[in-house]
Design a protein around this ligand. Structure first.
Ligand code: HEM
Length: 401
C-alpha cells in the first residue's frame, strides 16, 4: 500500500498520519463514529480503530486478551513477531498485562499522588517564569517551541534526578522515538538506544551517589522482597519519558493555540481565573493528545466483531472525547464545562499514572503565562503545525503580544 496516498474512505482507510486529518480531526471522527464506530484500516501495519466513548470504555477492559504489550499505534518493529513476550518488558507497567501489571504500577504510584506532585510546583513555577523572562521583552515567541516544549522534559528530569544540562538532547531523542520515528524504524531505534545509554549512565551514577529522587528511591525499593533490578528501573524511566514528555508538552501547546485563536475564552479566563482547573480539563478533552494501541492475544469478541489473534487495535481517546452521546456540543470548547468525564488519560488499569503531575504542569504553565501575557494572538496562522500519530499536539504556535 502507498502510505502517502490520501485516505479514500475514512471508515475503511483511516490514516493516522494524514496531514489534513491531523489539522482538523473532528469531522473525520464524527464520520467514523456515525458510519462505522469500529473501523478497520490496512495502513501502518493494519489495525481496528475504535472511536466511540462506549466502545473505548468496553475495549480497555478486555485485558489481558487485548494486550498492552504493544501500546503503540504503529507496530513497534518491522518484521518481528507482534505477540513476542519481550515487548512486555519494554515500558513497565504500561506494557505489562495482569497479573504482572499491578506490582509494578504500585511501585510508581507514590511518586504521582497529589501530595507528591505538589513538591514539584515550586520548580515548575520557577521554570515557567524563567522561560517567559527569556522572550517577554521581544513581544513574540513560538508558544509551543519556546515554552510548552521546554517544560515537561525538565520537570521529569527533575523528578528522575538526571543531569538537566542534557535536556535538549533528551527531548530530541524522545521526539525521535515517539513522534518523528513513528514511520521511520531507523530513527526510532537510534533514539531508543540513545535514551537507554543516557539513562544507563544516570542509573549507574545514582547507585554510587544516591539522591532523593525517582531513580534512587526505586533502587532502594523491592517487589515482594526482591530488589528492583537496574534494567527494570531503566525501563520504568523510559516509560516516564515516552509517556510524560510529549503528551504534556502537546497539551500545553494546544491550549495556548486555543487561547491565541479564541479571544472570548482568553478574556474569560483572565476575568475568571477560578476557571483555570475546568479550562485545563476542557483543553484535555477537546485536544486530548494520546491514542493507545492494543494487540489481540486471542480471538476477541465485541459487539458482533471478532478481532483475531495477532490483530492490532487503536483506541482513539481523542475521538471518544468528542462523542455527542456523552458531551454536549463536543467539538466546541466550554472552559466552564461542569460535566466532563473525558478519557484523555485513558481508562481502566492503565489509566495514566502521571495525571496529577500533568494537570499540575498544565495549570502552572497556563497560570504563569496568563499572569504575564494576558493578551496574545497568532502572528502567522499559516505557520501553525501539529504533530501526528500516537501523540497529537500543536508544535509551532507563533504568537505576538
Ligand atoms: C497531558 C498529559 C498526559 C496525557 C494526555 C497522558 C495520557 C495517558 C494515557 C492515555 C495513558 C493510557 C495508555 C493506555 O491505555 O495504553 C497513559 C498511561 C500512563 N501515563 Fe500518561 N499522560 C500524560 C502525562 C503523563 C505524565 C506527566 C506522566 C509521568 C511523568 C505519565 C505517566 C504515565 C504512565 C506511567 C502510564 C502507564 C500506567 C499504567 O500502565 O499503569 N503520563 N497516559
Amino acid at each position: 500500500m502507498d502510505e502517502r496516498k490520501p485516505a479514500s474512505d475514512w471508515t475503511t482507510d483511516f490514516d493516522i498520519l494524514d496531514p489534513d486529518y491531523n489539522l482538523d480531526p473532528g469531522p473525520v471522527w464524527r464520520e467514523m463514529r456515525e458510519r462505522c464506530p469500529i473501523a478497520h484500516t490496512e495502513r501502518w501495519g493494519g489495525a481496528w480503530v475504535a472511536t466511540s466513548y462506549d466502545d473505548v470504555q468496553a475495549l480497555v477492559r478486555k485485558t489481558p486478551e487485548l494486550s498492552n504489550r504493544q501500546p503503540t499505534v504503529f507496530p513497534m518493529e518491522d518484521s518481528k513477531d507482534i505477540l513476542a513476550d519481550h515487548y512486555a518488558d519494554l515500558f513497565p507497567p504500561l506494557t505489562k498485562d495482569p497479573p504482572e501489571h499491578s506490582p509494578l504500577r504500585r511501585l510508581l504510584l507514590p511518586f504521582f499522588s497529589m501530595k507528591a506532585v505538589e513538591a514539584h510546583r515550586p520548580f515548575t513555577e520557577q521554570l515557567c517564569h524563567g522561560l517567559i523572562d527569556g522572550f517577554i521583552d521581544k513581544g513574540a515567541c513560538d508558544a509551543a517551541e519556546d515554552y510548552a516544549r521546554q517544560i515537561s522534559p525538565r520537570v521529569i528530569g527533575h523528578l528522575l534526578g538526571v543531569d538537566l544540562g542534557r535536556t535538549d538532547e533528551l527531548v530530541g531523542w524522545v521526539r525521535g522515538l515517539v513522534e518523528l520515528g513513528a514511520a521511520n524504524f531507523e530513527l526510532r531505534s537510534e533514539s531508543y538506544r540513545a535514551i537507554r545509554g543516557f539513562l544507563g549512565e544516570e542509573i549507574a551514577k545514582q547507585r554510587t551517589d544516591p539522591g532523593d529522587n525517582y531513580i534512587s528511591r526505586l533502587q532502594a525499593s523491592d517487589i515482594d522482597g526482591e530488589p528492583v533490578s537496574d534494567i527494570v528501573i531503566l525501563n520504568m524511566c523510559m516509560l516516564l519519558l515516552v509517556a510524560g514528555v510529549d503528551t504534556t508538552w502537546s497539551s500545553i501547546g494546544s491550549s495556548l493555540l486555543h487561547f491565541a485563536t479564541h479571544p472570548d475564552d482568553r478574556r474569560r479566563l483572565v476575568a475568571e481565573p477560578e476557571l483555570l482547573s475546568s479550562a485545563v480539563e476542557e483543553m484535555l478533552r477537546l485536544h486530548a493528545p494520546a491514542s493507545a494501541g492494543r494487540v489481540a492475544m486471542a480471538d476477541v469478541e465485541h459487539d458482533g466483531f471478532t478481532f483475531k489473534r495477532g490483530e492490532r487495535m487503536i483506541l482513539s481517546f481523542p475521538a471518544a472525547n468528542r462523542d455527542p452521546a456523552v458531551f454536549e456540543c463536543p467539538d466546541e470548547a466550554d472552559i466552564g464545562r461542569q460535566k466532563n468525564r473525558h478519557v484523555a488519560f485513558g481508562v481502566g488499569i492503565h489509566r495514566c499514572a502521571g495525571s496529577n503531575l500533568a494537570r499540575l504542569e498544565m495549570e502552572v504553565a497556563l497560570a504563569a503565562w496568563f499572569a504575564r501575557i494576558p493578551e496574545f494572538e497568532l502572528s502567522d496562522p499559516d505557520a501553525v503545525t501539529w504533530s501526528a500519530g500516537q501523540v497529537r499536539g500543536a508544535r509551532t504556535v507563533p504568537v505576538r503580544f
